[in-house]
Design a protein around this ligand. Structure first.
Ligand code: CA
Length: 318
């Protein structure tokens, strides 16, 4: 139940995606995963982007733990958003869609700008990302780690350009975060990110933040000036050092990891993680009986803790 003072409810419908079967990318294609969890599950990919992704969790920070056993299964994903308890507008956008029999795309964007421009920025970014990813994948004859990563990164750059052009057209400084996951069947996930919307993975009761925030406070944490918990509620926490729409090209972080049955992947805006410590996110994800229940419980808890910002979550249960 929502706390008193919370206006509205989940203002967009929950949507589900599922896919039966879990074959990995086959012989003759670049190997993504042999079904075992590598010691270092995230790695950097060569990309044909104008800017190669320089910052990935390839340095061992991303330790998702032991790989559970393999069984046929279905993944289900649900997304929800809520304006929170303070703001009149919801400037977040989320979307999830199966792009094809083998691929599904998920995205959360948190827009910034005066008046309603934040809402426009996040919407333009997400819609362009989906259109361009679909178009890019249509051109691929076979899928490989590299071809999928490149298609996602190209679409990301096109989403950036679309926001830049929209800002110019409207004579407005529009910008947005964009955190997106491309899932190949239920076996491999690529996460591409700019800004401070986050991707997490819950595995075996352990929650890992996959993405890195491109914010001032995140860099202060890296430099040892702030603790992670201090940064979470810092008054300057909304200052981004990288965003979609601020320049003609954007540096994109790309992460790749295999996923296993029982894993839960979470994409969310800072309206969630700014209100809820990671350990509570972990507990809610772990205890929720379904992705839909997890989304509702996370949004309720963020509102209970203040709901100072728009709250958007996508939960993918593998
Ligand atoms: Ca926000």
């Amino acid at each position: 139940m929502l706390p008193e003072g919370s206006r509205g409810y989940y203002c967009r419908e929950a949507r589900r995606w599922s896919h039966a079967g879990r074959p990995s990318l086959g012989p003759g294609r670049a190997p993504i995963s042999d079904g075992t969890m590598p010691a270092n599950p995230s790695r950097e990919f060569p990309a044909s982007q104008p800017k190669r992704p320089e910052r990935t969790a390839g340095d061992g920070e991303l330790d998702l733990g032991e790989a559970p056993s393999e069984e046929p299964h279905r993944a289900v994903a649900v997304g929800m958003t809520n304006e929170g308890r303070v703001r009149d507008l919801n400037e977040d956008t989320w979307r999830l869609d199966p792009l094809s029999r083998d691929l599904a795309l998920f995205a959360v964007a948190d827009g910034m700008g005066g008046h309603d421009r934040g809402e426009v920025a996040s919407s333009v970014a997400v819609e362009t990302l989906f259109d361009e990813t679909r178009a890019g994948l249509d051109k691929l004859e076979t899928y490989s780690v590299e071809s999928l990563a490149q298609a996602l990164l190209r679409a990301f750059q096109q989403a950036n350009r679309a926001v830049v052009e929209c800002g110019r057209t409207n004579d407005s400084n529009m910008g947005t975060t964009l955190c997106t996951a491309l899932m190949y069947r239920e076996s491999e996930v690529f996460v591409a990110n700019v800004g401070d919307s986050r991707g997490y993975v819950l595995r075996n009761g352990h929650l890992t933040q996959v993405t890195r925030d491109h914010s001032l406070v995140a860099y202060l944490v890296q430099m040892g000036e702030l603790t992670r918990e201090q940064a979470r509620t810092h008054p300057s926490g909304n200052i981004l050092v990288r965003s979609v729409g601020s320049a003609n090209q954007v540096e994109v972080d790309l992460f790749y990891f295999p996923v296993y049955r029982g894993d839960k992947v979470l994409l969310c805006s800072d309206g969630l993680w700014g209100e809820i410590p990671d350990d509570d996110i972990r507990r809610v994800l772990q205890e929720s009986a379904s992705p839909e229940a997890a989304c509702r419980a996370l949004i309720d808890l963020a509102n209970h803790n203040g709901g100072k910002d728009n709250i958007t979550v996508i939960v993918i249960e593998i």
